[in-house]
Design a protein around this ligand. Structure first.
Ligand code: AMP
Ligand code: GLY
Length: 445
């Protein structure tokens, strides 16, 4: 009989998760706050409920005799959902609340890396009071990134020389974080890194760390990497599973950081079982850790999951049971380009609640896939919200063709107030990143 798998979450990332599960023959029961039309269609059953309502989700999982659960977003991890499901005897892909502090508590994360000497960490201070934080910032002889300790939906981090013009603005932002309790109480102040960012995601079964293809996300709202930070406007990956500016040696160093972190978590009695997400900055001194997340990235999940050649249900069992095998995880040697269709003004003042038309058949005929995100289906119409609407992913043997397929497919998404960063995955922006990285590395030698 087909495996009964519970998924938690209703975004583009979770649509990609449900799609991969369905391809692997699972019977999916999906829990989400709003009805994602893509997930609803693939799932055998749906419960619309707040994803952090632990009691209701666990009851639903019991009622449906669920074998295995996959938790998409970070909020339910912080609410203790993975622990409660495990206590109910269900296998879970998603770390415990304690282990998820790698994402939910930036102070815990930096301190763990420092205490265990994990390579790739950087100079930092963790503060739960304003006075010492201001003192540290004034004395630091390097530029700073200011990070509220808790979850801010990717919008709380500000960096000197970027969102913060100078030291004065840095000091007043630190004060604002404390005054307004942005992301809880406390702040991490850390060294500003200069380089190119990349994402390394891995399946982790408590000890083994099995990597997925590298991805580069684009957080800035506008073309040319300008404008405010967003949840991510789109992303690409290459057929060799590296990136144009990331070598095998760089990848090996990033993997070492991930392995050492998973070991450190085990030693601190926080065994990690789930998807582990490493955001790295490739600098003149090699890869440095920007942050770890306790889940798939969004959009990054939409790049890697469609390439998975292996059975995803088997991988999830391996994670949940602590017996994941490297040889059971393989990804097609293809390139992907994902571009998110977002409401006009996303990141600033989005124009929400407007209809869009998505011609799924036409998108498939262009060799692309579409994943629904923050939209709702009302009387047969797809309506946007203030957040990302649909992810369109072109998949092809090389980047150029993947980008072209994504662009052709995007023409089959229509609406009056939608915006796409068309530069993602294009030669010009990638060449600029490669050049920039060369210059950064050259300066150091
Ligand atoms: P986070 O929410 O930690 O992913 O941070 C959001 C964005 O801020 C990252 O994607 C980076 O672009 C930037 N950022 C975070 N930490 C640093 C840092 N130490 N140095 C430079 N940029 C950073
Ligand atoms: N793409 C960034 C994230 O998922 O955190």
């Amino acid at each position: 009989m087909a495996e009964k798998v519970l998924t938690v979450g209703g975004g583009g990332r979770e649509h990609a998760i449900v799609d991969a599960l369905a391809r692997s023959g699972a019977n999916v029961c999906a829990v989400m706050k709003n009805r994602n039309p893509g997930i609803a269609r693939l799932a055998k059953d749906v419960l619309l409920v707040k994803e952090t309502d632990v009691a209701k989700v666990v009851q639903y999982a019991r009622d449906r005799s669920i074998d295995l659960a996959i938790i998409g977003p970070e909020a339910p991890l912080e609410a203790g959902l993975s622990d409660a499901l495990r206590d109910a005897g269900i296998g879970v892909v998603g770390p415990s609340k304690k282990a998820a502090r790698m994402e939910t508590d930036k102070g815990f994360a930096r301190s763990l890396l420092a205490n265990h000497g994990v390579p790739g960490n950087l100079r930092f201070g963790v503060f739960d009071a304003l006075g010492p934080a201001i003192e540290f910032a004034k004395e630091a002889d390097f530029q700073l990134a200011v990070k509220p300790v808790g979850l801010t939906g990717g919008k709380g981090v500000k960096v000197e020389g970027e969102q913060l013009k100078d030291k004065d603005e840095t000091l007043s932002y630190i004060k604002e974080v404390f005054d307004r309790s942005i992301g809880g109480v406390g702040v991490v102040l850390e060294e500003k890194l200069v380089g190119e960012e990349f994402t390394l995601q891995a399946f982790v079964d408590g000890t083994r760390v099995v990597p997925m293809p590298l991805v580069q996300d684009h957080k800035r709202a506008f073309e040319g990497d300008l404008g405010p930070n967003t949840g991510g406007m789109g992303s690409y990956s290459l057929q060799d599973h590296l990136l144009p500016f990331v070598s095998k040696d760089d990848l090996a160093l990033a993997m070492e950081s991930m392995r050492r972190t998973v070991d450190a978590l085990s030693k601190e009695d926080c065994v990690y079982q789930g998807v582990f997400y490493g955001q790295f900055m490739l600098t003149s001194k090699g890869p440095r850790i920007i942050e770890f997340n306790a889940r798939f990235g969004d959009p990054e999940a939409m790049n890697v999951l469609p390439l998975l050649d292996s059975n995803f249900v088997d991988i999830c069992h391996g994670i949940a049971n602590g017996n994941l095998s490297n040889s059971n995880v393989s990804f097609a040697p293809m390139a992907t380009v994902c571009k998110y269709v977002v409401p006009t003004g996303y990141g600033l003042e989005p124009k929400a609640n407007l209809p869009i038309e998505v011609d799924e058949k036409a998108i498939a005929s262009e060799g692309a896939k579409v994943f629904y995100a923050a939209v709702s289906e009302e009387s047969g119409r797809i309506m946007t919200s203030s957040s990302r609407a649909v992810g369109v992913v072109g998949i092809a043997p090389d980047l150029e063709r993947a980008e072209a397929s994504c662009e052709r497919a995007l023409k089959h998404v229509k609406g009056e107030a939608i915006y796409v960063r068309h530069d993602i995955g294009r030669k010009e922006i990638i060449e600029r990143k490669v050049e920039r990285m060369r210059a950064i590395r050259g300066l150091c030698t």
